[in-house]
Design a protein around this ligand. Sequence first.
Ligand SMILES: [Zn+2]
Ligand SMILES: [Zn+2]
Length: 293
Amino acid sequence: MVDRLVNSEANTRRIATVENCFGGAGVPLAIPGRVLVGEGVLTKMCRKRPKSRQFFLFNDILVYGNIVIGKKKYNKQHIMPLEEVSLEDIDDCPQYRNGWLIRTTTKSFIVCAATETEKKEWMAHINKCVEDLLKKSGKKPVEKHAAVWVPDAEATVCMHCKKTQFTMIVRRHHCRNCGAVVCGPCSSKKFLLPQQSSKPQRVCTSCYERLSNAVKQESAKISSNSLNTTTATANNKDTHNNANNESSGDDDSEDETNGSGNEQHDEPKFYGDSSILSTTETNNTAHVNSSHN
Ligand SMILES: [Zn+2]
Ligand SMILES: [Zn+2]
């Protein structure tokens, strides 16, 4: 169990090291009850191309950053609360090997591990942490996740009108609802996606119509009451799924020194339960394991 690490000196030391590596580029990470469960390098599918990112799995958050100097200096810290995280397995394909989807309400993207075993380890540990956390808080898993962005390179023409050709001047845009790569005219409208931002976000024309219709239907239902405002609690199940699984996140900050491509691979380290693979390997979600001996 991870719990036995809570007040351990080793855990305190490891978290302090992570804080030091981020330096001024990060927030303090040491809080009571927090445990560093694992760390390692994963390849994150970004908008322009795959990039190496250092990931840190805590028992309540998942943190990643750009690698400035391996094991010494990271920047561009991102923190994702595990309560919002859900994973989805991805089969190997020409673009991705050992990959899976990390979804949150504000951001969803694909990461790949170096080997199948490492992928299993990461997924099992993340799933276990999410499960434990939700059990403790009594909350339900989040159902609405941000769309996965289709990488720029996968669309040479607008995925909506199928006409506009992208060039240096004709820029690509991403629909925040479905993740499609679309041209300016096909994404001229904005819509409030409350789980992503308090401001209306760029959406493609189809999503705009679908979302507005859903809101209209919704407000027609409750029209006997006071008129609803424009909040988009639309009933649009899984509209992001039509972006199909081959896409990426929106974190596209450039690497400073990591472009040489000659880094050697280090296996990820996990500090908690090493038998996690055997106990949680079967279907991960919402499955109370009646473990055999
Ligand atoms: Zn278009
Ligand atoms: Zn869309």
